[in-house]
Design a protein around this ligand. Structure first.
Ligand SMILES: O=C(O)[C@H]1O[C@H](OP(=O)(O)OP(=O)(O)OC[C@H]2O[C@@H](n3ccc(=O)[nH]c3=O)[C@H](O)[C@@H]2O)[C@H](O)[C@@H](O)[C@@H]1O
Length: 431
């Protein structure tokens, strides 16, 4: 006998067929049902992925905006508050390089007399950015808001001019330093030429156009030998790339003055020094080395002559800057078009009393009460000039500029600040 199961299968093939067809139908139906469910699931998942991706895009673009160091309601409010003048007829000044040495002092002085000031600084690391941040906190304590941004950034400039009708721009942001040009030439082109043009473009299109006062340099006199240096002297023989870019700045601003009616004032600074100064400058690095017991290198010129500089104290330079801002005429352009001739001025801001580098060192030794370890070498051919000496008659007459601080007094103030900021033991190896 065949097994029961076999029998049932073979004995009722028709029934089996019917039942099998039903089963297959059920399976097919289930299959079909699950395929359509699957299809629906796939559609659902695609839709979910698409909406997730577009949500991410939205979140990403949003977070880019919110993570930016500038922009937003709160930021605009800070800019507006800082730009607000607190005296009648007060200026509203955009100070570039506000966390720099001269920028900090000028911003403070403006704010103290009731002008509105907004700072702009990119906090680059040419020298210790901690010092720049410390200056920024000082400004913050005095109600000056410093925007973290670059003069090469068109968007940030457009935004600033969009929210504030600046009456003046005090342009102090630059790649400074005479000898660093051999190490990083492009930094000078980036800041002193490209950055300047970007800023001038923003100024020319601004409504109203601000008056533009900016930092040129005594270095434009280059290898000029006529003394004292006067604004009427030729300045076509720069000795460093730094000087060449500052000279280019004078020509560039002239073109903007001529084409667009921007009111321009260039200030040729003569080796400015003082509290909160620049660590790359000789008086600053000498102080650090003397206190740390390290040697200092003193350059000397041809035939063993001492190099000399018309060292100018920061407070005097600040007065010159304010004098320039106060006497600057309005720009004449509007909507990027010149409406009439505009003012174009250049002034020396020096001290008129050149002092040799060895004398500078002996003053520092006296104030620090420490003897320097001196190494005297011939001046390397790295962009330096043997001496500077300013004729300041023009600034005296037209800006009321009158320097009153000699190097002894100025360096005493600098040393006092240096010791309070860094302390006596700054950088010394601990025993
Ligand atoms: O007046 C200016 O236009 C310029 O003044 C300074 O440039 P500089 O006068 O060369 O100032 P320092 O670098 O402080 O040098 C001062 C003097 O010390 C000398 N020096 C510098 C460094 C050093 O190690 N040894 C040394 O003898 C230099 O040759 C120079 O005679 C600034 O660094 C520039 O940014 C500024 O624009």
């Amino acid at each position: 006998m065949p097994p029961l199961e076999d029998k049932s299968f073979t004995s009722t093939p028709g029934k089996f067929k019917v039942e099998r067809t039903h089963a297959m139908n059920r399976q097919l139906h289930r299959c079909f049902a699950s395929a359509s469910t699957m299809f629906l699931w796939v559609i659902f998942l695609i839709a979910l992925t698409a909406s997730y991706l577009s949500f991410r895009r939205f979140v990403d673009s949003g977070s880019q905006y919110f993570a930016a160091s500038w922009g937003g309601f709160q930021w605009e409010k800070q800019v507006l508050n800082s730009a607000q003048a607190h005296r009648s007829g007060g200026l509203s000044v955009l100070v570039t390089g506000a966390a720099g040495f001269v920028g900090t002092h000028v911003s403070m002085a403006l704010k103290k007399r009731g002008d509105g000031v907004v700072g702009l600084d990119n906090f680059n690391n040419y020298y210790d950015p901690t010092l720049k941040k410390a200056r920024m906190y000082l400004l913050q304590d005095h109600g000056v808001f410093v925007v973290d941004g670059d003069i090469n950034d068109q968007r940030i400039l457009a935004k600033l001019f969009d929210i504030v009708a600046f009456s003046h721009v005090m342009h102090l942001a630059a790649q400074a330093g005479v000898r660093y040009g051999m190490e990083n030439p492009h930094a000078y082109i980036h800041s002193n030429i490209a950055g300047l043009v970007t800023l001038l473009e923003a100024c020319k299109s601004a409504y109203p156009q601000p008056s533009f006062v900016w930092a040129s340099s005594s270095s434009v006199y280059g290898i000029n030998e006529k003394v004292p240096f006067s604004e009427s002297h030729l300045t076509d023989r720069p000795a460093s790339l730094y000087a060449a870019t500052k000279k280019a700045g004078e020509e560039t601003t002239h073109a903007y003055n001529h084409i667009y009616g921007l009111s321009i004032t260039a200030l040729r600074f003569f080796t400015v020094y003082g509290p909160w100064g620049r660590p790359d400058m000789a008086y600053f690095s000498f102080t650090r080395n003397i206190l740390q017991g390290k040697p200092i290198t003193i350059y000397r010129g041809k035939n063993r002559t001492d190099l000399a500089r018309d060292f100018t104290f920061i407070d005097d330079v600040v007065k010159g800057c304010l004098g320039a801002l106060d006497t600057a005429e309005k720009s004449t352009g509007s909507g990027g078009k010149k409406r009439g001739p505009a003012q174009y001025r250049i002034y020396n801001l020096g001290n008129t009393q050149p002092v040799t580098v060895p004398t500078l060192v002996s003053i520092l030794e006296k104030h620090l009460k420490v003897k320097a370890k001196k190494i005297v070498v011939d001046m390397p051919g790295n962009g330096d000039v043997p001496f500077t000496h300013a004729n300041i008659s023009l600034a005296r007459m037209e800006l009321g500029y009158k320097p009153t601080t000699d190097l002894q007094t100025g360096l005493r103030k600098f040393v006092r600040w240096y010791l309070s900021y860094y302390g006596y033991s700054h950088g010394k190896p601990s025993n």
